[in-house]
Design a protein around this ligand. Structure first.
Ligand SMILES: Cc1cc2nc3c(=O)[nH]c(=O)nc-3n(C[C@H](O)[C@H](O)[C@H](O)COP(=O)(O)O)c2cc1C
Length: 173
């Protein structure tokens, strides 16, 4: 199946997953700004990857805006965030981000990335700082919140190639 992986990435985690998927699937791989100039006629499958940003997926509107143009293609979206794979909020977020009609046309997946403060833009760093400050100030933090607070206070990497497996399986279906 002729496939292209298109991604947007701020600190490199989504790029890494996009490259892993493209390599394993023998697919082309392009950053979103370059992909916008591309003709997709020849592709049978389009995989879009974006990073999680405040409960949404960065640049997901680009994919959503093209769903009807690509009705004849297999469409897959994956998103990469700082949460571990077992975070129950992931499914709820996906249900919020994609309408039911969109979920019928786009298969969705989550891949854990991490945080890289060294590569983050200044506005992103500020947003993270504010989030951490709010969480720190919260009284009666749950155990989960305490673990999260510790985790997100510095850079970490929980990405793993194994998380692309469900995406590859979906591509083969
Ligand atoms: C402003 C901001 C908001 C974020 N919101 C979320 C979020 O809602 N859920 C999540 O799991 N990760 C969130 N993250 C973490 C990023 O999605 C994570 O670092 C991801 O791996 C970045 O991917 P990239 O390296 O491709 O840019 C956020 C990061 C920033 C900077």
């Amino acid at each position: 199946m002729k496939t292209i992986v298109i991604y947007t990435s701020q600190t490199g985690f989504t790029k890494r997953y996009a490259e892993w998927i493209a390599e394993a699937a023998g697919a082309d791989c392009l950053e979103l700004s370059a992909a916008k100039k591309k003709d997709f006629t020849a592709y049978e499958a389009i995989i879009f990857g974006g990073w999680a940003c405040a409960g949404n997926i960065s640049k997901i509107s680009w994919l959503k805006g093209n769903i009807d143009n690509w009705a004849d293609k297999k469409l897959i979206a994956f998103f990469v965030g700082a949460s571990p794979i077992d975070n129950p909020e992931i499914k709820a977020a996906l249900n919020q981000i994609f309408k039911e009609s969109e979920r019928k046309k786009v298969e969705t997946f989550y891949c854990p990335g991490g945080l890289n403060y060294e590569k983050m833009s200044t506005p992103s760093k500020l947003m993270m700082k504010m989030f951490i400050k709010t969480l720190k100030a919260k009284k009666d933090k749950t155990e989960k919140e305490q673990v999260m607070l510790k985790m997100i206070s510095s850079s970490y990497d929980i990405s793993d190639k194994k998380y692309i497996e469900p995406i590859l399986q979906c591509l083969k279906k």
